[in-house]
Write a protein that binds this ligand. Structure first.
Ligand code: NAD
Ligand code: UDP
Length: 324
């Protein structure tokens, strides 16, 4: 199969999960850079609306396909993002989640090997589990429950990393693994279930803000534009450095602080309610991004307040709900 048209100096780039939150921003960025982009998605959590503005572009092709099945395409580079990322979604059909990570990685690595294409893996801070090292650096091996509700995602992504490294060592495939820490921004689905979108949507609708547990657990939140910049830089580096590289914003906040900030920025009257903490919910998470600074000259530029304001503006428009 061929992409519609190759950009003049551009590459033919495959983005799996390209109709999702991160994938749609990545496709937009790559098309904007002059590449011919093929987006593969099964629309489990992604949507046509996310890529509606790209569908008629001569250098954008959409293929509805599930990465658990093999695919053959003429490509120069691959970004593998296909996988539900929100806990309620990846736990909905956990066996399919594991298949997506593991079989998806296998099929795409085979494609990369056949086509001599550079291949990027969207791994996750979840490989560190409920971390006993803080902040988390790439040398930390993690603390993951291998049989819990999150393990379909955590172990699936760990196995995918293992496959990426083995294809690199065994067949010299040019792999690039990033471990993404919680990232948010426009085009998260209002029902996605992750904390930033949940809190903003609840605040805008005047519904109770659902803090799980006592809200003392921490996360570090990266704005989507910063993350995509890190992706593109890593794929452009010419010395074959496989990673893994942490990408995230080292600013660390408790979930209670996030709730307060969202309420303040939306001027919402929503009360905070506490719900049970999900099993194996990590108690703390913050990336050590020294490696990304050294290797990619990358660090996030958008701080939480600014990123939240941009995301709130997006949801206000999407929900067409006036501020409370
Ligand atoms: P998302 O759910 O919005 O996007 C995932 C996309 O993959 C969706 O479009 C979905 O339909 C598609 N997909 C799922 N299973 C598929 C399959 N079997 N075949 C084809 N397509 C499939 O989530 P996101 O936040 O955009 O995450 C994108 C990637 O980044 C995922 O691999 C996720 O694990 C990783 N990641 C994201 C974050 C984050 O904070 N956003 C953090 C860590 C890792
Ligand atoms: N969380 C919460 N309320 C929500 C959704 C999530 O308090 O409505 C908490 C969740 O328990 C976790 C943190 O926010 O401690 C981040 O959750 P998310 O699902 O966004 O990502 P992950 O747990 O995968 O980091």
């Amino acid at each position: 199969m061929r992409a519609k048209e190759q950009g003049q100096d551009g590459q033919r780039i495959l983005v799996t999960g390209g109709a999702g939150f991160l994938g749609s921003h990545l496709c937009e960025r790559l098309v904007g850079q002059g590449h011919a982009v093929t987006c593969i998605d099964n629309f489990f959590t992604g949507s046509r609306a996310n890529i509606a503005h790209l569908l008629d572009h001569p250098r954008f092709t959409l293929i509805e396909h599930d990465v658990t099945e093999p695919i053959d395409l003429e490509v120069d580079a691959i970004y593998n993002l296909a996988c539900p990322a929100s806990p309620p979604h990846y736990q909905h059909d956990p066996v399919h989640t594991t298949k997506t990570s593991v079989l998806g990685a296998l099929h795409l690595l085979e494609l990369a090997r056949r086509r001599a294409a550079r291949i990027f893996q969207a791994s996750t801070s979840e490989v560190y589990g409920d971390p006993q090292q803080h902040p988390q650096s790439e040398t930390y091996w993690g603390h993951v429950n291998p049989i819990g509700r999150r393990s379909c995602y955590d172990e699936g992504k760990r196995c995918a990393e293992s496959l990426f490294m083995d294809y690199h060592r065994q067949w010299g495939v040019d792999v690039r693994i990033v471990r993404i820490f919680n990232t948010y921004g426009p085009r998260m689905h209002p029902e996605d279930g992750r904390v930033v979108s949940n809190f903003i949507v609840q605040a805008l609708r005047g519904e109770p803000i659902t803090v799980y547990g006592d809200g003392s657990q921490t996360r570090s939140f990266c704005y989507v534009d910063d993350l995509i910049e890190g992706f593109v830089r890593f794929m452009a580096v010419e010395d074959a450095f496989p990673g893994p590289v942490n990408l995230g914003n080292p600013g660390e906040f408790t979930i209670a602080q996030l709730a307060e900030q969202v309420i303040a920025l939306t001027n919402s009257a929503s009360p905070i309610v506490h719900k049970p903490l999900p099993a194996d919910d990590p108690t703390q998470r913050r990336p050590d991004i020294q490696l990304a600074r050294d290797k990619l000259g990358w660090q996030p530029a958008v701080q939480l307040r600014e990123g939240l304001l941009r995301t709130i503006a997006h949801f206000e428009q999407q929900l067409t709900v006036p501020l409370a």
